[in-house]
Each structure stands twice: as C-alpha cells, then as structure tokens.
Design a protein around this ligand. Structure first.
Ligand SMILES: [Zn+2]
Length: 267
C-alpha cells in the first residue's frame, strides 16, 4: 500500500450459493430480518417469492435483545492495539445495547490485518459472520498498527464494525453518484464482487433520492456511506463518505438494538 493512497471499504458478501442458508440463519436469529411480503410485492411487479429472491432481500441484523460478540485476532496483534480497536468497536454502544468483548476461544468476530489479495478494509455483514469458517477472518484491517492515525480508527474501524452489526452501505446523494464513472464502476464491482451490471446500478449508481431501499439510515453523512476508490471516479479522487458515527447513525442503532429492551429483560 502506498502511504498516501486512501483505502476504501470493500463490502464482503457471502458467495451467492450460500445466500439462502445465510438468510435462514438471519431469520432464525432475528425474525425481523425476513422481508415483509407486502413490501416485496409492492417493490417488484410480478414478484415470485423464490428462496433466492427472498434471501437477497433478507437483512442480517442481530436480535433486538442486543449484540454481544466475542472478538479475536488472527495474528500477533499487540495488546495495546487490540484494546484500541475494541475501544472503537464499542463506540457504537453509546445509545445502543452493543458489546464487543475479547475472546480467545472461538471468537465470533475474527480480525486479520493482511494485505494482498484479501487485503484492504472489509467486514462481512451481521449474522453472515456465523457462516465464515472458524480460523478465517470476518474483518480485515490492513496494516493497522498503533502508529495508524487516530482519525483512521474512527473512519475505518467504526465503519467495518457497522457492517459486523448488520449495516449495509448507505446510498449516496446524487451529487456524489454523479462523480462516479459508470462504466468503470460496473467493471470494478464485477471484478471485485462478482456483481452484475444491475446489482451495481442498484447498489452504487442509484442515488438515495431515488432508491426504493428502506430500513437503512437515510443519511448522506452516515459513517455507513459507500466509499468509492479514485480509480472509478471521473476526477480520480476517492469518495470518502462519513468520517465518524454521526447522530443519526447513533439514533438508528439505538432503534435496532435498544438499550431499554435489555434493561427490561434483566428485571
Ligand atoms: Zn463498507
């Protein structure tokens, strides 16, 4: 990695062959993940509810009782770095019932810091991490060390943790989408993620104003905004997206994983 080159998040999704199984897991853990049939019918004319199509629409949030996940590192990350990463992961718990705790035996969240083919910054989304084989990473923070800028811990660790919590990428405003080179974007996501042209159009090239996708944070400054590498923008500059968890991120997270529900349960 070149020093001045900003690394953008690459959302990791399970292979398509695992989607149906993963959707079943998601619905078992949290029935709310299942798409509402009336919404599906309204969204797509002539919708046929095949397991594949339902799976695509299924979200991967953990249950409303809250999130408590164990975190381990796949390399010899020093103790101070582990602590610092955990601290930023737990920044999400300000208004929500979320806990990331260190775990040495079979940790649920597994962090690697590799470069190369599997490098960059990425995380699988929500309950999908349960389908990653033990010993394999669910999140990668390429070359993160104690020397990494504090602002990168905010921008990157918190963003990737958002994915682990089940948040997808938020759509961008039209002004930002217009900066993307369509052809290059379609080629890029095909190469990197195996997406069809239509998937890239739906996921990346459709501005938030026009997107029919609901249930995520409708906030262009959200930390979960798409990050677009300079190689596929018209002016060659990356689109960085939100730099930290903002108020609406916190609000939305508090609705998905409310603190009150947890308090009630304990009584
Ligand atoms: Zn991301």
């Amino acid at each position: 990695m070149k020093k001045n080159e900003l690394i953008c998040c690459r959302l990791k999704r399970l292979p398509k062959s695992m989607l149906v199984e993963a959707a079943r897991t998601a619905t078992r853990i949290n029935p709310v993940n299942h798409p509402r049939m009336d919404q599906l019918a309204g969204l797509m004319r002539g919708f046929r509810a095949t397991p594949q199509r339902i799976a695509v629409m299924t979200t991967s949030y953990w249950g409303s009782a809250g999130v408590k996940l164990t975190v381990g590192f796949l390399d010899d990350a020093p103790a101070d770095l582990r602590k610092r990463i955990l601290l930023h992961m737990n920044a999400w718990n300000k208004d929500a019932n979320i806990q990331f705790v260190p775990g040495n035996t079979d940790p649920q969240v597994r962090i690697s810091r590799v470069g190369g083919k599997d490098g960059g910054y990425w995380s699988y989304v929500g309950t999908e991490i349960l389908h990653i084989p033990k010993g394999k990473a669910t999140m990668n923070l390429e070359e993160f060390t104690m020397d990494t800028l504090e602002s990168e811990f905010h921008r990157v660790v918190r963003h990737e943790t958002g994915h682990t919590l089940g948040f997808p990428h938020e759509h961008m405003r039209r002004a930002l989408v217009d900066k993307i080179d369509r052809k290059k974007a379609i080629a890029y996501f095909k190469r990197m993620d195996g997406w069809s042209e239509q998937e890239t159009i739906d996921q990346v090239l459709t501005p938030i104003e026009e997107s029919a996708i609901r249930g995520t944070i409708a906030d262009p400054k959200s930390i979960m905004c798409y990050q677009i590498p300079g190689s596929i923008t018209k002016n060659g500059k990356p689109i960085v997206g939100g730099l930290d968890i903002d108020e609406s991120d916190y609000r939305f997270t508090g609705q998905i994983y409310p603190k009150k529900a947890a308090a009630k349960k304990k009584k």
